[in-house]
Design a protein around this ligand. Structure first.
Ligand code: PGA
Length: 241
């Protein structure tokens, strides 16, 4: 595990974007596992700027997103499909047929999760997986549980996650209650994992996840076992270490 300490959110975004950019330059047809949430927004801004400046080319890149709300049409502005298009895909030259997300409108959970696992397998696995972390230690929508989950699966969001995601919707009732997410096995099979974290409110969970025991009660803690895991975090997020 490698920790990159940054002064603030802007530097965190720039350093993490540089790692993703290096991946794309070294392997132009790489598979990026991408993430949503508040934290990666700055990374995508940098990638778009570098693309516009002619320094990055996404024409051969494939993306597989971590997760998607179940039951939310992709046209909904808070679907992860919309988020990814608004923040990245609409502004770079990634091919639409190279963009993959779980289909939140396929209500047959078993079929959709099996399909998505096959997609990840068919593109040759993930070269670099980007992750944020929830206050409860979740990665993707892998919430605290009794066991590390396997492949893509359907989850019920915890009250804490519904509360945290409420800020994106008009009210709490609008937040979907379920999601499809890559499992911790899928994430651990990525060749590189990059986590970004910013802010004092994440300091406690960073300490617990990476300087405490590996336990499914803190899903991110399994990343301690990943052979190529980089944490890019600002001083606030690292303030309890
Ligand atoms: P955030 O979400 O980046 O919006 O804090 C992180 C997460 O829940 O994985």
């Amino acid at each position: 595990m490698r920790i990159v300490r940054t002064k603030d959110y802007e530097e965190m975004s720039r350093k993490a974007a540089a790692i993703i950019s290096a991946q794309v330059v070294i392997k132009p047809d790489c598979v990026l596992g991408l993430a949503t949430g508040g934290t990666p927004v700055g990374i995508y801004k940098n990638l778009v700027n570098w693309y516009k400046g002619g320094d990055l080319d996404f024409s051969e890149v494939t993306s597989v997103n971590l997760d998607e709300y179940r039951g939310l049409p992709r046209e909904h502005k808070e679907s992860y499909w919309s988020f990814m298009h608004r923040n990245l895909f609409d502004h770079v030259n990634i091919k639409p047929e190279h963009i993959n997300l779980p289909d939140g409108m396929n209500m047959d959970a078993d079929a959709e999760c099996a399909r998505y696992d096959k997609v990840i397998e068919s593109v040759g696995g993930i070269d670099l997986q980007l992750l944020g972390i929830g206050h409860d230690g979740h990665i993707g929508f892998n919430e605290p549980s009794n066991a590390f989950d396997l492949g893509t699966h359907c989850v019920k969001l915890t009250d804490e996650t519904i509360d945290a995601n409420q800020r994106f919707f008009n009210n709490r009732d609008e937040v979907p209650r379920e999601a499809y997410t890559m499992g911790t096995r899928t994430i651990m099979q990525a060749r590189k994992v990059l986590m970004v974290v910013s802010g004092k409110d994440k300091a406690e969970i960073i300490k617990k996840a990476f300087f405490g025991p590996v336990t499914p009660e803190v899903p991110a803690s399994i990343l301690q076992m990943h052979p190529d895991f980089t944490l890019v975090a600002d001083e606030d997020a690292l303030s309890l270490l």
